[in-house]
Design a protein around this ligand. Structure first.
Ligand code: SAH
Length: 369
């Protein structure tokens, strides 16, 4: 029996099988345990009644499974729910549930804070503390499912998007483990099209992801020229637009994706002119791409304003006329600071480096890839 505690939550099936092998158990125990955890939300080994008493005791002693602890819950007038979750050491993350008539989307966090420091994002302005583990990521989904109840025997969560706090691709391995469990039949069993990883544009990691996973990809573009994008999304200074677009088309080819979603936050007077729209159209037209326009959501201390509705509409019109599939995201939960870019959690002991040393900061967080 291994002495160190292990966390079964978030563990891939192959690792679970290897663990049970060390217990002298058969590999099918892994499947049984996964059905309890992900199928029935049972995390207490004592309740896993198809395991032997002996194995249940071993698991209880070596593999405690805990979900994140809820600090606060806030519900928006539009039905959106935001949870602030305690992830230990006085750190908190946020998770948001967005109900719509035909689907329910859970927006999960991948890091405590974010190392990327995009100029219009509340999470980035807070700094970075640490990566979440696969258990903490998949734990958010299990917790939300528990909290929301099962309604008409149907899970209220049909879609999971990695658009909460953090840059998912700078926490690569745990995020891939979590996405695999989301689409695995022994996990949550979601369709790969209903799981979306959103990235600010970490090119090498997008390439790696295309070999390991085929979930949907969203890319936070926000500007179609390098000068402006480097101001808004500083990672652009390391991976400029041409390189980013190339790897996106590669991702679409490798994963057989119909389209990559390009997110574009509309900032009043900054990136919202007809000319900006034309430039964006040139990047996306005749490609496996769609544009997702996001009205800017303000947060305390933010330097930008939301573009007026007429400007957003004009921007959309230009894209549509050029033949780019475009939708405008309706802000949800902005009355409870749950909308895109408003998630701030509670971050202490931040370790963000000043911009000049960002490269080394990033390498630090991707050293575990
Ligand atoms: N780091 C990842 C995922 C987190 S953000 C990424 O960059 O994609 C999810 C989306 O919200 C991104 O497109 C992000 O650019 C956008 N966003 C950030 N701040 C925002 C704000 N204040 N208003 C509207 N959208 C914002």
């Amino acid at each position: 029996m291994p002495s160190a505690a292990v966390n079964l939550l978030g563990m891939p099936q192959t690792e679970l099988e290897a663990l049970f092998d060390t217990f002298g158990e058969r590999p099918f125990r892994a499947r049984q345990v996964m059905r309890w955890i992900y199928g029935r939300s049972v995390l207490d080994p004592a309740l896993m009644t198809d395991l032997s008493m002996d194995l249940r005791e071993k698991l209880a002693a070596t593999a405690p499974m805990n979900l994140p602890v809820i600090n606060t819950v806030r519900k928006s007038a539009d039905g959106t729910v935001k949870w602030q979750l305690d992830v230990g050491q006085n750190q908190a993350i946020e998770m948001v549930y967005i109900p719509e008539p035909a689907r329910g989307t859970l927006c999960v966090s991948s890091q405590v804070g974010c190392p990327l420091n995009c100029s219009f994002c509340a999470t980035g302005s807070q700094g970075f503390n640490r990566n979440l583990t696969a258990a903490e990521i998949i734990g958010q989904v299990l917790l939300a499912r528990q909290e929301l109840g099962t309604g008409d025997n149907q899970s209220p969560i049909t879609n999971v998007v990695f658009m909460g706090m953090g840059e998912p691709l700078s926490n690569f391995r745990p995020v891939v483990q979590a996405t695999n469990l989301l689409v695995d039949d022994l996990g949550l069993g979601l369709s790969r099209r209903r799981v979306t990883v959103s990235t600010a544009g970490l090119v090498p990691q997008i390439r790696r992801l295309s070999k390991l996973s085929n979930v949907s990809l969203a890319v936070s573009l926000h500007a179609a020229d390098d000068e402006l994008r480097s101001q808004l999304v500083p990672i652009n200074r390391i991976h400029p637009i041409a390189e980013l677009m190339e790897v996106c088309w590669e991702y679409a080819r490798e994963t057989n994706a119909k389209s990559i979603t390009f997110e574009y936050v509309l900032l009043d007077g900054i990136n919202d002119s007809v000319d900006h729209a034309r430039r964006l159209a040139r990047l996306l037209v005749n490609r496996p791409a769609s544009a997702n326009l996001i009205p800017f959501n303000p947060f305390p201390g933010s330097a930008y304003r939301r573009s007026p509705a007429a400007v957003i509409d004009r921007f959309r019109q230009v894209l549509v006329e050029k033949g780019v599939m475009t939708m405008t995201r309706r802000p949800r939960g902005d009355d409870i600071e749950a909308a895109c870019g408003q998630l701030a959690g509670r971050i202490h002991n931040r370790v963000r480096k000043p911009l000049g040393t960002r490269r080394s900061g990033l390498e630090g967080s991707s050293a575990t890839l």
